[in-house]
Design a protein around this ligand. Structure first.
Ligand code: C5P
Length: 315
């Protein structure tokens, strides 16, 4: 049987020295939040979409575990077990019977606590990097199941592309849609929002009858993806967490309004926020929206990105 390409890449990189893994951010095209479960998570139906804003992990052999970081928010990340990179090394080491040894460097471009799953992306990248470094040879499926222990979004960041997420988000299956690149503008905010806080705020708004009824199925967004029409996709974007994120951070309303006034097709809070994602017609439209958003003073920084892109990959 022919060895898959990514296996060949993995062997080559391990033999050649440092292992480099690039991992994207995610947005949610659809995020339907159901009731709070007994385990403290909410049942969700989501459509994940990986976009071209990347963190990068470099892994080298070592006699101990060393982590260094640079880039977006790196100075605010702890270097202990609360860091998902460290947790990922430990969980993979336990699962494979290896000592948790590696010299890791994390280059961050995805902001922290931004609703872009930056921490989950780093965990996914660490799993793929250490698996290659140690030569443990886990398949994508095995990696995904270890990933689920690290966080709800981590399995998706191993997979990438556009995928349906169920359960607490950890049960992912690829969405088969005809190929086309979607153009996004991401408005990054000052400071983050805590995911548990945003879920709790949604529960509070619902109990008070102040949140819209939960989103229905994800069929609308899946049909829109098949149509390959950006205006149709724009009209189908849904995020049940948006009212909660806006309630905790009312200035997000201004950001959303500014992105639409700038000529995007639609704006939505990404995941639990506070990043806002704007769908654009094409690359030129995205550049124009990005410039106008930068000038609007309603966000800290702006990035353009395309999706879907692959998940954590060597290279
Ligand atoms: O899975 P993860 O560790 O990323 O989740 C962080 C927190 O977000 C959870 O502890 C929970 O409070 C909230 N959450 C939730 N329902 C989900 C996913 C996350 O309530 N489906």
């Amino acid at each position: 049987m022919t060895e898959p390409l990514w296996e060949q890449e993995r062997r080559y990189q391990t033999a050649a020295g440092p292992v480099r893994v690039r991992v994207p951010a995610k947005i949610n095209l659809h995020l339907g939040v159901g009731p709070l479960r007994d385990d403290g998570y909410h049942e969700v139906t989501t459509v994940y979409h990986a976009v071209s804003l990347y963190d990068e992990i470099t892994a080298r052999p070592a006699e101990t575990l060393v982590l260094t970081m640079d880039g977006e928010g790196a100075d605010q990340l702890a270097l202990d077990e609360t860091n998902l990179v460290i947790r990922a090394v430990q969980v993979l080491a336990e699962a494979t019977g290896r000592p948790p040894h590696a010299r890791l460097h994390l280059r961050k471009r995805i902001p922290l606590a931004a609703g872009l799953a930056g921490g989950s992306a780093d965990a996914a990248a660490t799993l793929v990097a250490c698996d290659a470094l140690w030569g443990t040879g886990l398949g994508r499926e095995e990696l995904a199941s270890i990933a689920a222990r690290l966080g709800s979004d981590v399995p998706f960041l191993v997979l990438g592309g556009t995928a349906l997420g169920r359960g607490r988000g950890e049960q992912v299956s690829p969405v088969l849609a005809p190929g086309r690149a979607w153009h996004w503008v991401l408005a990054l905010a000052d400071g983050g929002l805590s995911t548990p806080d945003v879920y709790r705020e949604l529960d509070r708004l619902r109990a008070a009858g102040e949140a819209p009824s939960p989103a229905g199925s994800s069929d609308g967004i899946l049909a829109a993806l098949r149509q390959r029409d950006a205006a149709v996709l724009a009209a189908s974007l849904v995020n049940d967490l948006q009212p909660a994120a806006v309630s905790l951070r009312p200035s997000l309303r201004d950001t959303l309004d500014a992105g639409v006034a700038a000529g995007s097709l639609a704006g939505i809070v990404s995941g639990s926020g506070p990043t806002c994602a704007f769908l654009c017609r094409d690359a030129a439209n995205a550049d124009a929206v990005a410039r106008a958003l930068e000038a609007s003073g309603t966000c800290r920084a702006v990035r353009t990105a395309v999706g879907p892109v692959p998940g954590a990959r060597l290279g």
